[in-house]
Each structure stands twice: as structure tokens, then as C-alpha cells.
Ligand binder design. Structure first.
Ligand SMILES: NC(=O)c1ccc[n+]([C@@H]2O[C@H](COP(=O)([O-])OP(=O)(O)OC[C@H]3O[C@@H](n4cnc5c(N)ncnc54)[C@H](OP(=O)(O)O)[C@@H]3O)[C@@H](O)[C@H]2O)c1
Length: 243
């Protein structure tokens, strides 16, 4: 019988991350519910377990070296390996983010979470991923990180308002991901980027037009790709997102 697959989802206590955890759980994964706040994490784990998911709470602040190292140790103990890592945790840094007036601390904080957090978590989890026969890494990006869309005639329509911290943080994440793809080529680790679409969550004051379940679909698909599946792609439900 095939072994149970295991996954870690960062920022899994709410929004799209919660639904990625729920969806992977429904597909039979043991799911590490990465979340920084104890109460929010425990509440999410309880809801997931009530829905039949084999959920394990993983204290995890992606901006904190010690927290990430402890999360890797906990997963080594509980799972022994990791089959899928979904780097979902992210922040906008709030609006207004006009480049001419932005507070540089906002840019730093957003990059620390959305970019350096992904590198920190990925590197800590790689030894566990390397123990999997079919490891997958999914970085949750956004169409607002697409330079093609940002600079196109419909930029305002497809990528929202000018935002010098959040949007470039996703472009940076895309570029970082391409470097992982290059280094990990030939290892069997498939690394892809997912855009969930415009989803109603706390992140945007619930102005998004899609449900968190809909937003979770592409990340779940990429976390469960068959061997020989794509790597180095930037995907949304409708296909690929231009760089
Ligand atoms: N919603 C959209 O329309 C949309 C569109 C494109 C891309 N995305 C991306 O989708 C991902 C999920 O966003 P969402 O819409 O589901 O937003 P959300 O509901 O605000 O959820 C964000 C999650 O990230 C967690 N998080 C933030 N900073 C963290 C840190 N330092 N360490 C650990 N966890 C942290 C939050 O935890 P707390 O509860 O503790 O804050 C929360 O669980 C993000 O990467 C976002 O950029 C969203």
C-alpha cells in the first residue's frame, strides 16, 4: 500500500492556506498546519480534524529563524519526511504603497515575509523533502507579480492599484523560484508558482471575487503533480501566467 503523503502549508490558519490544508487533507495527506499564532492555529487544527483531516499543528513564523528550525524538527519527528511544501503565508503590508511616498519599513517587512520567508522555510524543509520519492514545492505568488500584466494596457484592471511593496515582492518571489528550479533540476523536486486569483480573504478586506476554496485549487494541483509533471511554471486556473 502506498505510504500516506505529508504536506506543510504555511499560513494555514485562515484564507487560502486553510483551504489548501483542507483540500490536501481530503486527498489523504497528513497536513502540517503552519501558523504563528497559537490560538488561531489550534482553532484551525480543530476545524480540520472535525472535517476528517489528519492535521498536525506546526508553530511557524516564517520571518523567524528559530521558529522555522523548530518547525522542521517537529515535522522530522512527526512525519519523518515531507512530500509537499506549500509556501502560502503572505502579507500586503497595507495600502497605500505609492513608490514616491512609501515607508521603506513597509517594503522591508513585506519582502521579509513574502520572499525571505519562503527561502528560509524552503531551505529548512529541503532535507525532509529530499526524503520523499515525489517532492513538490509550491510558492503562492500572484498575478500582480507579473511584469507583463503590470506593464500592459490593462494593468490597473488586472493587477490592481500601484503597490511598490506587495506587487514587486511577488515578482521577486517568482525570480527566486526560478533560481530554485535551476539548482534543483534533475533532483525530482518539482517547484512551481501558483496564482490563486482574486480571492475574498482578510488580505484584501474580503473584496476578492473568488472563494478561498477556488483559490486553493491551483496550489493543490501543483502540490500533487505526478512524477514528470511541470517544474518552473507560473500557473493559475486558466493556464500559465506570463512573467
Ligand atoms: N487573496 C487574494 O486575492 C490573493 C491573490 C493572490 C495571491 N494571494 C496570496 O495568497 C496567499 C494567502 O493569502 P490569503 O489571501 O489567504 O491571505 P490571509 O487570509 O490574510 O492569510 C495569510 C496567512 O499568512 C499568514 N502569515 C502572515 N505572515 C506570517 C508569518 N510571518 N509567519 C507565518 N504566517 C504568516 C497569516 O497568519 P496570521 O493569521 O497570523 O496573520 C495567514 O494565515 C498569500 O501569499 C497572498 O499573497 C492572495
Amino acid at each position: 500500500m502506498a505510504e500516506t503523503r505529508t504536506a506543510l502549508v504555511t499560513g494555514a490558519n485562515k484564507g487560502i492556506g486553510y483551504e489548501i490544508a483542507a483540500g490536501l487533507g481530503a486527498l489523504g495527506h497528513r497536513v502540517g498546519v503552519g501558523a504563528r499564532d497559537d490560538a488561531r492555529r489550534e482553532e484551525a487544527v480543530a476545524r480540520l480534524r472535525a472535517a476528517g483531516v489528519d492535521a498536525v499543528g506546526v508553530p511557524l513564523d516564517v520571518t523567524d529563524d528559530a521558529s522555522v528550525a523548530a518547525a522542521a524538527e517537529l515535522l522530522a519527528d512527526r512525519f519523518g519526511r515531507l512530500d509537499a511544501l506549500v509556501n502560502n503565508a503572505g502579507i500586503t503590508g497595507g495600502m497605500d504603497q505609492r513608490p514616491t511616498t512609501v515607508d521603506l519599513d513597509v517594503v522591508r517587512t513585506v519582502v521579509e515575509t513574502n520572499v525571505l520567508g519562503v527561502i528560509r522555510v524552503t531551505n529548512a524543509m529541503l532535507p525532509l523533502l529530499r526524503r520523499s520519492p515525489s517532492p513538490r514545492i509550491v510558492n503562492v505568488s500572484s498575478g500582480v507579480g507579473s511584469l507583463t500584466r503590470q506593464s500592459g494596457p490593462d494593468g490597473e484592471l488586472t493587477t490592481g492599484p500601484v503597490a511598490v511593496a506587495y506587487s514587486p515582492s511577488k515578482t521577486f518571489l517568482n525570480a527566486v523560484t526560478v533560481q530554485y528550479v535551476r539548482e534543483l533540476a534533475g533532483t525530482g523536486i518539482l517547484v512551481n508558482l501558483a496564482c490563486p486569483g482574486y480571492v475574498a480573504t482578510d488580505l484584501n478586506g474580503f473584496r476578492g471575487v473568488r472563494t478561498p476554496q477556488q483559490g486553493a485549487a491551483t496550489p493543490i494541483r501543483l502540490a500533487t503533480l505526478p512524477d514528470g509533471g511541470p517544474t518552473g511554471g507560473f500557473f493559475e486556473d486558466a493556464g500559465t501566467v506570463p512573467w
